[in-house]
Design a binder for this molecule. Structure first.
Ligand code: FMN
Length: 185
């Protein structure tokens, strides 16, 4: 299965650091998964404005195709202005509504405010529910204080939660593999 670890921001380093960490944990639980880290900062993003798809830049076309054809996702998001970054929502707006259906998804997030883990519950999960993704019941929210100056995760509890998330995610991959998918229209 092709699993994308999606760093859904063009600004900041901590979400990418979380993904690098969880990548190692997923590999420990299931070495057969084909994991790829996708950084939004590697793309020149364009706003969804209704133009024909082939008129977007090649990077955006490649990103959308990559997302639509993957078999599962770890989405990483920072918290910006009490929500997910606009660039992440914009990229999700490109996708066919069936693209994530019955595919396993886990969320990791980072913010500067402890209470804003609720952004995951109240804003990001409902979007993924709309897509009918298989969202794992657990997610990991980190705070700036969980990192050192080089963005290494120094909080042991965060490591444990990432390990547990990886363990559950690979089970959701097995579940998803047995669920028939519908072709995209
Ligand atoms: C434009 C902007 C808005 C932000 N808004 C919030 C916010 O509403 N809640 C919060 O917890 N953190 C907020 N933050 C903090 C970021 O979530 C946090 O600084 C970031 O995830 C730290 O990662 P970095 O060091 O990789 O940039 C904001 C940061 C920026 C740049």
């Amino acid at each position: 299965m092709k699993i994308l670890l999606v760093d859904g921001t063009v600004l900041g380093r901590k979400t990418g650091a979380i993904l690098e960490e969880i990548q190692g944990y997923i590999e420990q639980f299931d070495g057969t998964l084909d994991l790829e880290l996708v950084r939004f900062s590697d793309y020149e993003h364009q706003i969804v404005d209704g133009r024909p798809f082939d008129q977007y830049n090649t990077g955006m076309q490649e990103l959308v195709r990559k997302l639509e054809s993957a078999d599962g996702y770890i989405f990483a998001t920072p918290i910006f202005q009490g929500s997910i970054p606009g660039v992440l929502k914009n990229t999700l707006d490109f996708l066919n509504p069936k693209a994530l259906r019955y595919k396993p998804v886990s969320i990791v997030a980072n913010g500067g405010t402890h209470q804003h883990h609720l952004v995951v519950e109240n804003q990001f999960k409902p979007i993924l529910d709309y897509f009918r993704a298989l969202v794992t019941p657990n997610y990991v929210y980190t705070h700036t204080s969980h990192f050192d100056d080089q963005n290494n995760i120094i909080d042991e509890n965060v490591h444990e939660r990432l390990q547990e998330l990886a363990r559950v995610f690979v089970k959701y991959c097995e579940l998803s593999a047995n669920l028939p998918k519908q072709p995209l229209d």
